[in-house]
Design a protein around this ligand. Structure first.
Ligand code: ATP
Ligand code: MG
Length: 209
């Protein structure tokens, strides 16, 4: 499951756990993005409008640490340049050549799949699981005629318990000093406070970013 995870929240965790259960997955690998090209500040320098990668990585580790089936990969944050899902899937395939890969994505991200780089290749690297998300339609209509060209199990759409939580809302809340308790795991609340994330001015990156 790829994501900016800025911060990781319970909507991500419930979706991942539900897909793991439905498809009997051995492992869910959370992959925080390096440079999300969809989220660059329009300042000419193509600066990502996201927290330092190391903060997002550590929050993802904290949130998933207790679940033996969850792990976190650094492939995207260690790759140079913009993050593309096709590179994520290639890297994970190299690391786990015998694994059947499933890429978990929310209904909002699914609807932009045709704008992703090398999208035709994506379906050869993994099955896609689109999960419901409050406020977004879960359907593959946008794939249009392309849908018919995909293998029958290339894309699954599944309903997961609805959690109307977004990282954007968590960042706004934290920035305004309002609570994020119960929207994100307790350890993530504590990490946000400790690092003073989402307040202005922004914190320096811990270690490598
Ligand atoms: P932001 O508001 O910063 O875009 P986000 O909450 O959308 O954050 P992302 O890191 O962008 O979180 O999302 C990672 C993946 O998780 C995406 O595929 C997204 O569609 C999915 N996702 C995020 N929140 C939910 C949710 N509440 N329910 C189901 N899927 C979700
Ligand atoms: Mg998002």
């Amino acid at each position: 499951m790829g994501g900016t995870f800025d911060p990781i929240h319970n909507g991500h965790l419930v979706a991942a756990n539900e897909v793991a259960d439905r498809f009997d997955l051995d492992e869910v690998v959370f992959v925080p993005t390096g440079r999300p090209w969809q989220k660059l500040v329009d300042d000419g320098a193509r600066t990502p409008a996201v927290s330092p990668a190391e903060d997002r990585y550590l929050m993802t580790v904290i949130a998933t640490a207790a679940n033996p089936r969850f792990s976190v990969s650094r492939v995207d944050i260690e790759r140079r340049g913009d993050t593309y899902t096709v590179d994520t899937l290639r890297d994970l395939h190299r690391l786990h050549p015998d694994a059947d890969q499933y890429f978990i994505t929310g209904a909002d991200a699914l609807s932009s799949i045709l704008t992703w780089q090398n999208w035709e290749e994506l379906f050869g690297l993994a099955r896609f699981v689109g999960v419901s998300r409050p406020g977004y339609d879960l359907d593959a209509g946008h794939l249009g005629a392309h849908l018919a060209t995909l293998p029958p199990d290339a894309l699954h759409l599944i309903e997961v318990p609805a959690l109307a939580i977004s990282s954007t809302d968590c960042r706004t809340r934290a920035g305004e000093g309002r609570p994020v308790w119960y929207l994100v795991p307790d350890g993530v609340v504590q990490y946000i406070n400790k690092r003073r994330l989402y307040r202005t001015p922004q914190p320096e990156s811990p270690g490598v970013s």
